[in-house]
Design a protein around this ligand. Structure first.
Ligand SMILES: Cc1cc2nc3c(=O)[nH]c(=O)nc-3n(C[C@H](O)[C@H](O)[C@H](O)COP(=O)(O)OP(=O)(O)OC[C@H]3O[C@@H](n4cnc5c(N)ncnc54)[C@H](O)[C@@H]3O)c2cc1C
Ligand code: SF4
Length: 517
């Protein structure tokens, strides 16, 4: 089969889904190729056993580590991509993240664009993904051109108490930015029911601002937009010059199909976008498409994270827990010369998920059941920036399979953040020794598998010798190839990446509209 489109978008997640949304009303013919299907709406969406213990919504892919040992990566192949399962914590990077930042293990490099360049796109992204937050509470936030579209999601009483205690202790807790369609002022009209099954679960009632619900679904009845599901792109073909992608080869229903587009945007997620480019090597691009710089697949980052449960004798009956953030250690402080990172909340622990997680320590209260433990836990998520190291990389083997080589960076900073959290806990009535690490959506046993925040494999930059993409996210070496997902990040900061991927997709969408006008 051979059909011609104005734009072919590969992958329908934060990057691809949003890009399709940004282009849809241009009238251009858009083909959205998604290897997964729609995520089924079923009671299992909100059941920790199928979701966390059985991994029902994780791909069956096999990837390999540096020693050739296989593992199952926690990636999600659905319309909407990883955002179907994400926690919808929609943070902007801080202005400093766009500049050079000195870390204990090296330099986090500057972006070719500044925070000010991104700011209008962040505002648009927050509007589109209905971010709920209050400006002015987070001491590290950058300037804003407009207020958040929705007020912050309120704290439930236990979290409000923690927030108040933190403020009394001299910290600066803030309401975290949440992409959920909660209307607290008019609850009967609210799509979101404020449940506990948000972070790491699909939203059964389609109230989470994910890329399927926000970006792709509204396009389905447009005559100029075609979505093909179950369509795995396996190779990009070029003309003889190697400058133009001329064919997008797809496996669908066991058949090979080839589609043609004037512009091709790869948005398959950082590892899979690199995989596709590497597997598309040809005479003109012997080391992989757009890989003359040897940067495709390199600089893989996914944050140096810890999920931590802290226990107190006070019960925590919070339902929706992701309302609080702390950035007091995001940048260097007078006590520590390096940025340690961001502290936020994860979804509330429950016994079923904990059983799957096999917490490292339960000795503190041997008489407690997992249900008791879950009921008393307050659940934190610590994020430290990891550095773009060339040796941390995605490669593919002769069969085209992903191999991931990764060594962590900034472990000292991550340890510092954990130390600060334990100090914080003393301020909020939780003894620091009543703390244990949770696996949550990061598999501690196989840390590589927890690739939720993967980024950096096709970084953008001004210099073709050191980057894959130009500032518009077009491949330096090709005239019609773009990569529009988290691959473009030159550094990852220490906040969740999705809003930046979304803002960038809107930015690139604007560029493509001008290009095609
Ligand atoms: C459990 C979990 C929780 C998270 N929580 C947060 C959070 O709270 N806040 C936040 O900012 N981020 C969070 N993230 C990360 C966030 O979801 C990702 O950063 C974001 O979705 C990345 O966008 P992307 O476009 O790069 O990739 P994705 O959103 O993953 O989209 C890639 C798409 O490409 C498709 N695809 C892959 N290969 C092919 C192929 N060969 N052919 C066709 N289609 C293909 C995939 O099926 C997928 O739909 C979380 C992620 C997970 C897994
Ligand atoms: S909290 Fe709201 S958005 Fe999240 S899963 Fe529940 S209903 Fe959906």
């Amino acid at each position: 089969m051979s059909e011609n489109y104005d734009v072919i978008i590969i992958g329908s997640g934060a990057g691809g889904g949003t890009l399709a949304h940004a282009l849809a009303d241009s009238g251009k013919r858009i083909l959205l190729l998604e290897r997964g299907d729609f995520l089924p709406r079923e009671m299992d969406n909100w059941n920790p056993k199928p979701v966390f213990v059985d991994g029902k919504y994780i791909s069956k892919d096999t990837w390999f580590d540096r020693d050739g040992k296989s593992f199952q990566p926690q990636v999600h192949y659905f319309v909407g991509g990883a955002t179907k399962l994400y926690g919808a914590a929609l943070y902007r990077l801080r202005p400093q993240d766009f500049g050079e930042l000195k870390h204990v293990d090296g330099i986090s490099p500057a972006w070719p664009l500044s925070y000010d360049d991104f700011e209008p796109w962040y505002s648009k992204a927050e509007r589109l993904y209905q971010v709920h937050c209050n400006a002015g509470e987070d001491p590290t936030e950058g300037p804003r051109s407009e207020p958040y579209p929705w007020p912050a999601v309120s704290h439930e009483p236990r979290l409000q108490q923690i927030s108040d205690d933190l403020a009394k202790g001299g910290y600066h807790p803030f309401h975290a930015p949440c992409g959920i369609m909660l209307n607290e002022a008019r609850r009967p009209e609210s799509t979101c029911i404020r449940c506990t099954w948000c972070d790491g679960y699909p939203c059964l009632v389609h109230a989470k601002a994910d890329a399927e619900v926000i970006a792709v679904r509204p396009l389905l009845d447009r005559p100029n937009v075609t979505l093909l599901t179950g369509a795995e792109v396996t190779r990009l073909e070029t003309d003889d010059s190697g400058r133009t992608v001329t064919g997008v080869a797809v496996t669908r229903d066991g058949n090979r199909e080839v589609y043609r587009g004037d512009v091709v945007a790869v948005c398959a997620g950082a590892a899979n976008s690199a995989k596709l480019l590497l597997n598309s090597a040809n005479d003109k691009h012997p080391h992989g498409l757009a890989n003359g710089s040897d940067q495709v697949g390199r600089n893989y980052m996914f944050h140096n994270c810890k999920a931590v449960a802290a226990l107190s004798t006070v019960e925590n009956d919070t339902v929706y827990q992701k309302t609080l953030g702390i950035n007091d250690f995001y940048l260097a402080t007078k006590d520590y010369e390096y940025p340690a990172g961001n502290i936020q909340m994860v979804g509330k622990s429950n016994a079923e998920a904990m059983r799957g997680e096999q917490p490292e320590k339960t000795w503190f209260a041997p008489e407690w059941s997992l249900t008791d433990t879950a009921r008393h836990s307050v659940d934190w998520w610590l994020t430290t920036e990891d550095l773009p190291v060339p040796e941390n990389r995605v490669t593919t083997d002769s069969g085209g399979q992903v191999h991931l080589t990764y060594s962590s960076t900034n472990d000292e900073e991550a340890g510092r953040l954990y130390h600060e959290l334990k100090k914080i806990l003393n301020h909020v009535g939780m003894a620091e020794h009543h703390v244990f690490r949770k696996n949550y959506y990061m598999d501690m046993a196989i840390p590589l598998a927890g690739c939720a925040h993967q980024a950096g494999t096709c970084r953008f930059g001004a210099d073709p010798a050191t980057s894959v993409l130009d500032v518009n996210c077009k491949a330096h070496e090709l005239d019609n190839l773009y990569v529009v997902d988290t691959s473009f990040f030159p550094s990852i900061g220490a906040v969740n990446p999705a809003l930046t991927a979304i803002a960038n997709a809107l930015r690139v969408g604007d560029h493509l509209r001008s290009r095609m006008a």
